[in-house]
Design a protein around this ligand. Sequence first.
Ligand SMILES: Cc1cc2nc3c(=O)[nH]c(=O)nc-3n(C[C@H](O)[C@H](O)[C@H](O)COP(=O)(O)OP(=O)(O)OC[C@H]3O[C@@H](n4cnc5c(N)ncnc54)[C@H](O)[C@@H]3O)c2cc1C
Length: 392
Amino acid sequence: MKRKLAVVGVGSAGLLSLIHFCTWLDDSWEIYSIHNPAKPILGIGESTNGGFVGLLERGTHFFLGNESDLDALDATLKFGSKFEGWRDNSWVNPLLDGNTAIHFNNFHFKDFVYERLEKLWPKQFRVIEGDVTNVSNRPDNVVVTIDGAEHTFDFLIDCMGFPTSYENYTMSDCTPVNRCQIHNVTDFQYEPYTDHIATKHGWMFGVPLKSRKTYGYMYNDSITSKEEVGEDMKQILGVDSLEDKEFVFKCYYTNNLVEGRVCKNGNKALFFEPLVANSIFVYIYAARLFYDYMMAGVCAEKTNAAFVKAVQEMEDVISYYYQGGSNHDSKFWKEATKKTKKRLDKRKEFKDMMAAYKTLKSKGVLHTAPAYGFSPITWEIVDEQMGYGYIS
Ligand SMILES: Cc1cc2nc3c(=O)[nH]c(=O)nc-3n(C[C@H](O)[C@H](O)[C@H](O)COP(=O)(O)OP(=O)(O)OC[C@H]3O[C@@H](n4cnc5c(N)ncnc54)[C@H](O)[C@@H]3O)c2cc1C
């Protein structure tokens, strides 16, 4: 009898977990994609890093050189994040990993992934549509209630979106922002980067797809009102009105990525603001950790510790950008600088790693150092652009 893995949810995290496990588990497994079509995906988060393309290449035969693959995902190429207004000169921040990524439309993602998985992994890929009302995590299996019927699996990945309670989660203080105003435009000049524009009240991302460009103005609603941000955003984009679309969020991560036979991924596992497109990068790592837990017998304690370590490195990456302020001398930036500097000052791991990078750089072998969130070479570039002097 075949062993069974269930992946619940078809947002970005559910789909990339499906791709990962269809690729790496052999034919003795069936991988079930379970979701309730009446419950929509969050539908934001379209900027990625190199590992995402690698995953798509292996699991779906997506090919960057194939224009029809890019068309299917409304995708454009991305070579990095373009930082503007943080310092006198703008610069392109390299990707968190790899050297080419994409911006993609996650409303197109499910159809693309389902079609490819059906074609490429017919012995493994299965679909169940319905509402999950209970997940029973038992010593020998996981029993899931879908539309009132019980289904049994060996393991399950919960990608059902935001947690309903934050018990056993850590609330993060890595960022000064908690809210985002969205606006889409169709008339824009494409560049192969995700914009990261420092603004008076925070920063604004710009994600170019083939059909549109999505801007998101990140700010803190206890410092700046929605109206003030709206005025600034309209002025920057040169528009008279904005869409009525926003996200209010808190940043957090689970202390227990895996528990028994269940793993969390996506917004169920963590949420950080989207600086340098960190989310999907971490979801891919979480899927790898779960594979090692399931197949290589790595224990829960080690798996959860590895996840928390990676997530805390990402928190440091986020705080790092804010701590030196931007070209804007505003209330937001004064508070952002103070808060993130104070946080980073307490992070021994971060300071030790920067000191290690400095030593290796002085010996001309920085590239041999381990990654910390992103690669040492990227740290060197950003350190120089921000003028921090941690490394050089
Ligand atoms: C403003 C903003 C910008 C962002 N930008 C980026 C970015 O550029 N790059 C990036 O990597 N990330 C970004 N993110 C993060 C992004 O939000 C996440 O990558 C994405 O939303 C992950 O969603 P998910 O797959 O966890 O869940 P969701 O998209 O919420 O999907 C949940 C799934 O679970 C299913 N479901 C839920 N409940 C049930 C149930 N009871 N039964 C059956 N099915 C169920 C739903 O049908 C759905 O398929 C951004 C976030 C914000 C707020």
